[in-house]
Design a protein around this ligand. Structure first.
Ligand code: FE2
Length: 236
């Protein structure tokens, strides 16, 4: 089995992820050697923090695509954004400033934290109403989002992404939320949210076996691999 990573900041000169071409290719190499065969690059779309980084993202993506065609022929590389939702998210999507994941209807959406539950719900509803499917980035982080609210959001079509590195967090609250989400099978994607090689690396496999043993092999395969491949590449 291979891993699919739909949340990754490896495009250099774009956000707070990779700082150079060299770091970017080292990140892709680490991901590939760790068993990842699908990466959707998701530079932050947060104009207040990173300005208009769309051209830089496209240019780094083209360089990385060319590099992967030479060196990692069986790696699927896609482009998207991680949309920072501060009230302008629907406008940014509709006007084409912010990318969806691989030009599908799926949008990786993040919120400031702490953020009020009602603000998150209102934003997700607005994204749904505009015809997109929001995927809550690192959904385990939002301590104001109750399990009941998450269940309702999922009934309406919202999907959840979890950062693999958080699986062994020492934060008791975070740990509890992760256990709740996984045991209720509410997570749809596990990703790296990689920003660099050391502190936030692009590795997916560290907890795969543990999660597979605890929550079931078929569920683990779906959230580590199949869901992303199916929704981002086969549904188009
Ligand atoms: Fe991220």
């Amino acid at each position: 089995m291979f891993f699919s990573d739909i949340h990754n900041h490896l495009l250099y000169n774009t956000d707070d992820g990779a700082k150079s071409f060299d770091e970017m290719v080292k990140m892709v190499s680490a991901a590939y050697n760790g068993g990842t065969r699908l990466i959707c690059a998701t530079p932050h779309f947060a104009p207040s923090d990173f300005g208009n980084n769309s051209l830089n993202a496209e240019s780094a993506f083209n360089e990385l695509s060319a590099y992967c065609k030479e060196n990692y022929k069986d790696l699927t590389l896609l482009l998207g954004n991680e949309l920072f939702c501060d009230g302008n998210e629907v406008q940014w999507l509709k006007e084409g400033y912010c990318r969806t994941l691989n030009n599908t209807r799926y949008v990786l959406a993040e919120y400031p934290f702490p953020e009020k539950e009602k603000v998150i719900i209102k934003s997700l509803d607005a994204i749904l109403c505009a015809g997109y499917v929001p995927i809550i980035a690192h959904a385990e982080r939002y301590n104001n989002l109750s399990l009941e609210a998450i269940r309702r959001l999922k009934e309406n079509g919202v999907l959840l992404q979890m950062n693999v590195k958080n699986y062994k967090t020492l934060d008791i609250g975070l740990n509890l939320r992760i256990k709740r989400l996984l045991s209720n099978r509410l997570v749809d994607f596990i990703s790296s949210d990689a920003h660099n090689l050391l502190t936030r690396p692009p590795l997916m496999g560290e907890y795969y076996e543990k999660i597979s043993q605890k929550y079931g092999a078929s569920y683990a395969e779906n959230i580590f691999c199949t869901n992303a491949k199916r929704l981002l590449t086969e549904e188009k």
